[in-house]
Design a protein around this ligand. Structure first.
Ligand code: TXA
Ligand code: MG
Length: 320
C-alpha cells in the first residue's frame, strides 16, 4: 500500500524520480506525475486504467508558469486567472510545443489549473516542472475527496499519498474554453457559473451538459459512477416502487422514516449547496459499500454548485 503523510519533501523527491504521488487539492485528490516526463505520465494511464484518448490537466503554482505551459494566453484568460486562480477552474489553452502530446491526448490544447491547497502549492513551487494529474480514482469511478479514498482504490499502485485532509470544494474543477469574449463550459464543476459570469459572458448554448461531448473526451455519460445503480428523481415517489430496507438515500436535507438511518445521507442539513458539494462523493462511496441494491438521489436546486452536483448525479445514474 502507499505511505500516507504530509511530507512535501518526500512527495517532491518521488515526483522528481518519475514516480506517481497522489496530491490533495481543494476539488478532489489528483494522481500526479512530472508532466514533462512521458515515462512517468504513462504510469498515470496505467494506474487508473484510463484510455489514452482522455487528456490530463497540467497543474502549476502561478500565472507566470501558466504562460509557459500555454503557447498564448489571451487577455480574457489572464482576467479569469487573476480572479479565480488558485481555485477550482481549468482553462483550456493552446499548448506550448514542449508539452507532450501524451498529456493532451494528441490535442493541440492543454488544460491548466492552479490548485488552491497549501500543501500542493508548496510542492509545486519547489518542483522545476508542472505535474499532470487526473482525479486519483480508477477510470469512470467517483473521484476521491480524502487520502483514504485514494488508498482504498489505488494504494498498491503508488508509493506516496500527500495527505491534505478532506477536500474543501469536493467537486472537480470547472473546465472552460475561450471563444473570443464568450466562454464555453466543457465541464460544470467547483466554480459556480454565477461567479464566472461576473467576469465573462457565458453562452447558455455553450454549456456542455450533454452526455457525450467530444471536446472533453473524459466527460462520458457513465462517468463518476458508483457500482450500485443510482436512480435520480423524487425520492418519495421512487420509494413507493422499492424495498425500503434495501435502498440508500442521498437527499439535500430530508430524512425518510421507512429507510434505515445508516443508509441515508443528507448532503446539507441547512440546504447549503457548497456543503452538499463537499459531501457528495464521500456519500456515494459510503452507500456503495452498504448492503443495499439501489441508491435514490434527488436533484438539487439548479443554481450555484447545485448545477454541478446535478451533472454528477446524472452521470452516476446513466443507464447506458
Ligand atoms: O479538479 C480537477 O480538475 C481534478 C484535480 C485533480 O485537479 N482533476 C480532474 O482531472 O478532474 P480528470 O482527468 O479526472 O478530468 C479532466 C478532464 C478530462 O476528462 C478531459 O475531458 C478534460 O479534463 N480535458 C483535459 N485536457 C483537455 C483538453 N486539452 N481539451 C479538452 N478537454 C480536456
Ligand atoms: Mg476524473
Amino acid at each position: 500500500m502507499a505511505n500516507i503523510g504530509k511530507d512535501v519533501q518526500r512527495a517532491a523527491s518521488y515526483l522528481t524520480q518519475g514516480e506517481l504521488v497522489a496530491i490533495p487539492t481543494e476539488t478532489v485528490y489528483g494522481l500526479a506525475a512530472n508532466a514533462y516526463d512521458e515515462a512517468a505520465v504513462v504510469k498515470i494511464f496505467e494506474a487508473k486504467q484510463r484510455p489514452a484518448f482522455d487528456p490530463l490537466i497540467v497543474h502549476t503554482h502561478s500565472i507566470g508558469e501558466v504562460a509557459k505551459i500555454a503557447r498564448e494566453v489571451p487577455d480574457i484568460a489572464y482576467q479569469l486567472a487573476e480572479r479565480f486562480m488558485p481555485g477550482p477552474l481549468t482553462l483550456i489553452l493552446p499548448k506550448a510545443d514542449h508539452v507532450p502530446l501524451l498529456v493532451t491526448s494528441g490535442h493541440d490544447s492543454v488544460g491548466i489549473r492552479i490548485p488552491r491547497h497549501p500543501l500542493t502549492l508548496a510542492l509545486l513551487r519547489q518542483l522545476p516542472f508542472p505535474v499532470a494529474a487526473p482525479s486519483a480514482n480508477p477510470f469512470g469511478y467517483v473521484s476521491p475527496t480524502s487520502a483514504q479514498h485514494v488508498q482504498d482504490q489505488l494504494g498498491p499502485r503508488l508509493p506516496y499519498i500527500l495527505d491534505g485532509g478532506e477536500c474543501q470544494v469536493g467537486l472537480e474543477s470547472t473546465i472552460i474554453r475561450l471563444h473570443g469574449d464568450v466562454i464555453e463550459i466543457l465541464r460544470l464543476g467547483g466554480l459556480a457559473l454565477e461567479e464566472l459570469a461576473e467576469v465573462v459572458q457565458i453562452s447558455e448554448a455553450k454549456i456542455k451538459t450533454s452526455s457525450s461531448n467530444p471536446a472533453a473526451p473524459g466527460m462520458l455519460s457513465s462517468h463518476y459512477s458508483p457500482r450500485k445503480k443510482v436512480l435520480l428523481g423524487d425520492i418519495k415517489t421512487n420509494l413507493g416502487q422499492v424495498d425500503a430496507e434495501r435502498v440508500g438515500i442521498i437527499s439535500l436535507r430530508e430524512l425518510f422514516p421507512s429507510v434505515p438511518v445508516e443508509h441515508q445521507i443528507q448532503l446539507s442539513a441547512t440546504g447549503d449547496l457548497n456543503e452538499a458539494a463537499k459531501t457528495l462523493f464521500s456519500a456515494l462511496r459510503h452507500l456503495d459499500n452498504q448492503a443495499i441494491d439501489l441508491i435514490l438521489a434527488e436533484p438539487m436546486p439548479q443554481h450555484g454548485l447545485g448545477r454541478a452536483i446535478n451533472d454528477r448525479l446524472q452521470r452516476a445514474s446513466f443507464q447506458g
